[in-house]
Write a protein that binds this ligand. Structure first.
Ligand code: C2O
Ligand code: CU
Length: 502
């Protein structure tokens, strides 16, 4: 009897001990996860060198790599000189009335959603003055998919301070790439982009050789949900447009939402001629094929206008763009049989490098999930290489490096991974090399359970975000950086400028 009681006490005290130490660990983990009010994003995470050279000055903790003798992001600017094109974008709150009558309390560039479309020609020096009228605590502009100099990248707390109400900021870049891009605020982006701070940016080929006399229609289609309501170019119903048969039509689809979006084009076969602002080589005709676009991604589709109506709609929503010879038609929705797959489309062509190239650095980026604390918040957290933000890697590169990235997703959700400042060539998916046209991307959907190898040339020095473009995921820690050795930033996350890029 006495023995049994003693054993009971021992068990109870053991249990208490385990509980206390678990609690102690919990408190420690909670405390350790708290981010300071203001910090240098480069001071966090593990600096990885991907098997490439490690600069001598890199200290053991990886902090302040080459802090002295480095170059500041503020020195990585666009060329000086007179701009060829100047724009002014005013960030302002606006009550936007959708055609259906619904109103949206929006945050806008210029009072409309989407914001003013910017169209420029290749080679032009573009200057955009951002004025913040009344958006608290501030705004920035990031040129999604345009590989601008680092100082022009618009990331609050890394490449600039958020622009507070009443202030302005000038962005400049040379429009070297031809294609479809978009711009959006990169301050509190998970909230600001959702509420409307975005617009399309198109860089057209230089004109001057009007060899082709055919009729043309070149139209941007920006798809965005406001409070769950799907819109195309700010229209939530059917938008009709008269188009003459024989017209060469190019539709530039932009997905500004946080989730994949499926488009259906009815009434004509079509080609996907570009992905993320890069032309595909010899794209074939597609029929009964749905287009599934990554959050933040772009597909350009083209077709010759037939004598009957053509309609484009985002799957499951009434918002439709209806083109027809008399401006009144609407195509019956086609039954799609497949979803467009960029991994096997078009014809191969020479690329500056491929899977067999010698890589200066190779990194892995594994997306996972585990319980833990994110800045003091308990829950299931996203992880990169097993760590919860800011315990994530920083991929260190040097100018000129050919870099290979293997990205895998061990979660049950798709993650559209977006690298700033560079375009990456997709090499393989799940071990199978990409067939067909070269597939360059800046925003790549990593499906659950999948693994992609991509490669890029490190030719744009700076500190660059690599994050999930489901911006809610980014805000929940799916964010890291690719950093060039020796580049430092005078800007800080948090602080008086309220720099919160996610
Ligand atoms: Cu379009 Cu870092 O984002
Ligand atoms: Cu994600």
């Amino acid at each position: 009897m006495r023995n049994r009681r003693a054993a009971g006490w021992i068990l109870v005290s053991l249990g208490v001990a385990v509980l206390v130490s678990a609690l102690g660990w919990g408190v420690w983990a909670w405390k350790a996860s708290l981010l300071p009010d203001t910090y240098d994003v480069m001071d966090y995470g593990t600096h990885e060198f991907g098997g490439g050279s490690v600069p001598q000055q890199a200290s053991a903790g990886g902090h302040h790599v080459l802090a002295s003798g480095g170059i500041s992001v503020t020195d990585l600017r666009a060329p000086s000189g007179r701009p060829d094109r100047s724009f002014r974008l005013v960030a302002q709150e606006a009550e936007v009335r959708l055609p259906s009558g619904r109103t949206v309390e929006a945050l806008t560039f210029g009072g409309s959603v989407p914001g003013t479309e910017l169209r420029v020609e290749q080679g032009e020096l573009v200057q955009v003055t951002l004025e913040n009228r009344d958006i608290q605590p501030g705004v920035t502009i990031h040129w999604h998919g345009v590989d601008v100099p680092n100082a022009e990248d618009g990331v609050a707390g890394v490449t600039q301070d958020a622009v507070p109400p009443g202030r302005s900021h000038v962005y400049r870049f040379r429009a070297n790439q031809v294609g479809s891009f978009w711009y959006h605020s990169h301050e509190s982006s998970s909230m600001q982009v959702r509420r409307g701070l975005f617009g399309a940016l198109v860089i057209e080929e230089r004109s001057g050789s009007p060899t082709d006399e055919r009729l043309r229609l070149d139209l941007t289609v920006v798809a965005h949900q406001f409070d769950g309501l799907e819109t195309l170019n700010g229209h939530d119903g059917i938008r009709r447009r008269e188009v003459q048969p024989g017209t060469a039509v190019r539709l530039r689809l932009v997905n500004t939402d946080n989730a994949q979006k499926r488009f259906v084009l009815s009434g004509t076969p079509f080609r996907v001629v570009a992905i993320d602002g890069t032309d595909l080589n010899e794209p074939g005709l597609l029929r009964r094929t749905a287009l599934q676009l990554a959050a933040g991604g772009r597909y350009d589709v083209s077709f010759t206008m037939p004598a009957l109506p053509v309609s484009l709609h985002a799957d499951g929503a009434p918002a439709t763009l209806a083109l027809s010879p008399d401006g009144r038609g609407l195509a019956t929705t086609v039954e799609t049989e497949t979803v467009f797959d960029p991994a096997a489309y078009g014809e191969p062509a020479a690329t500056p490098f491929d899977g067999s190239s010698a890589f200066a650095r190779e990194f892995t980026l594994e997306i996972g999930r585990k319980p833990g604390f994110l800045d003091g918040r308990p829950g299931m957290q996203w992880t990169i290489n097993g760590g919860i933000y800011p315990d994530v890697p920083v991929f260190m590169v040097e100018r000129g490096d050919l870099v290979k990235l293997t990205i895998s997703n061990d979660t049950s959700t798709v993650h559209p991974m977006h690298l700033h400042g560079h375009h990456a060539l997709v090499l393989s998916r799940d071990g199978y090399p990409i067939r067909g046209s070269a597939w360059w991307t800046d925003t790549l959907d990593i499906e659950p359970g999948s693994r992609y190898e991509v490669a890029f040339r490190a030719d744009n020095p700076g500190l660059w975000m690599e994050h999930c473009h489901n911006l809610n995921h980014a805000a929940d820690g799916l964010t890291m950086h690719v950093a060039y050795v020796g580049v430092t930033t005078p800007f800080r996350a948090g602080g008086d400028a309220h720099n919160h890029p996610e």
